[in-house]
Write a protein that binds this ligand. Sequence first.
Ligand SMILES: C[S@@+](CC[C@H](N)C(=O)[O-])C[C@H]1O[C@@H](n2cnc3c(N)ncnc32)[C@H](O)[C@@H]1O
Length: 258
Amino acid sequence: MSPDKKIMFQARLQRRLRELGINSFDMYAEKLLGEHSESPELAILVDYISTNKTDFFREKEHFNFLSTQLVPEFLGRASKLGFQRLNIWSAGCSSGQEPYSIAITLEEFMRLKGISFDYSIVATDISGRMLKALREAIYPMAQIEEVSLDVKHRYFLKSKNVHEPKVRVIKEVRDHVQLAYLNLMDNSYTFNTKFDVVFLRNTLIYFNSETQRRVLVKVLENMNAGAYLIIGHSESLINMELPIKTIAPSVYIKTNTI
Ligand SMILES: C[S@@+](CC[C@H](N)C(=O)[O-])C[C@H]1O[C@@H](n2cnc3c(N)ncnc32)[C@H](O)[C@@H]1O
């Protein structure tokens, strides 16, 4: 992490130090570094310092692109090659709103077109707390305020608690999302499939450009040629010299195998 993150780290870790009754960062560092690398405190530290901001249908142009262009194009191409399943990866998925928004978009696409195809979404994150929230798939009702009534009724169950209204994503949608712990900084990733679409949004921003490139090379290794890579609107892959070409704002296609 770059030194300019120090203030943010201090602010976020202060609460953890209070919980542990530790009153100096040196003592905390001793506790952390004195334990071996699999120590539970390391995972807790990650939960305290990671930025997990997300939302249902965040950057909605990507979901419009998915249903109006990406899926029709993919199905057209894939039908000639003997289509089996659309494999999607939501990398840095946070508490699940992104993978569930993808699944709902695909369900709506199939419903409106009167067709059906198989798809799977692998959702990965470094934060155990976020993966737990994804597994539960329970969110404050306010988070789906902007979602159309029809989609709300079709894909969310409402809690009976009127004081703290919550919703849960329905099982049919949850079942399409498999979660896994994955640190994008790991040397290599092990998946048992190559992906046709990767959402890697608002996660690269936390890495410096050299690390971003390293991560992107590994991500691209796990994608089929012709697969789609979607990054956040505020991110950029300029001058990265990667085998990709832009096809829409913040949407790329992998041009060859690496
Ligand atoms: C701001 S959220 C983005 C969530 C979602 N992709 C979106 O755009 O709404 C960034 C996520 O990246 C995860 N993250 C940060 N560093 C990571 C790493 N090295 N490996 C995997 N995930 C990481 C964080 O835990 C967090 O959940």
